[in-house]
Design a protein around this ligand. Structure first.
Ligand code: HEM
Length: 165
């Protein structure tokens, strides 16, 4: 009779701890968690909805990022730069970054611009080529010229962190 309440006390003390214990399915331990890191995004977001609407919100930004990356990978001048890149991750983090900066309220989970580009040896000409493809993608998405330029002006200060040669 005396053993039962003792067992119940033990159970009550142990179960909240068990419920809160982080756990993984077998094989998942190696997956890095996505850590929110707005300070890594390289720019502060535009205020209001003007930019987010001009870029066509989630669908528009997704198309712009995909087109920019597809064109950069297909471009013989920059193809090699992306050869060893995890493109699934890059698409995700670049979409997060653009969405965050454009005021779409996304959470950026990638590295800082310096950390992401420090060992790929980009040149000024690589930067110009990416901007070319981004401009074409924004134009195809129907982003007005004024908002294209406001966005490019947000990215320009990141140039010294990405171009290292
Ligand atoms: C302002 C200009 C740029 C911005 C905003 C930008 C943004 C980003 C972002 C968000 C990431 C992913 C970080 C992560 O997932 O942790 C990244 C990585 C990368 N970027 Fe850029 N980038 C810029 C310029 C460029 C240029 C000019 C090139 C080459 C033409 C380039 C090539 C790459 C590559 C290859 C990676 C992946 C590196 C790796 O595999 O570890 N980026 N960039």
């Amino acid at each position: 009779m005396r053993a039962l309440p003792f067992a119940l006390v033990l159970l009550a003390a142990a179960s909240p701890a068990l419920a809160q214990e982080p756990h993984h399915m077998p094989g998942e331990e190696a997956v890095e968690p996505y850590v929110p890191a707005p300070e890594n995004a390289g720019a502060t977001p535009f205020e209001g909805t003007e930019m987010w609407l001009a870029f066509g919100q989630t669908e528009g930004v997704s198309r712009i990022v995909d087109q920019t990356l597809d064109a950069s990978v297909a471009d013989p001048r920059t193809a090699d730069i992306f050869a060893a890149t995890d493109m699934v991750r890059l698409r995700r983090t670049l979409k997060e970054q653009f969405c965050y900066i454009l005021g779409g309220g996304c959470v950026y989970t990638g590295r800082s611009m310096a950390d992401a580009h420090d060992d790929i040896g980009l040149q000024a000409s690589d930067f110009a080529i990416l901007v070319e493809h981004l401009q074409a993608a924004m134009r195809d998405q129907g982003v007005p010229f004024r908002q294209q330029n406001r966005f490019l002006a947000k990215l320009a200060p990141m140039r010294p962190d990405t171009v290292t040669r």
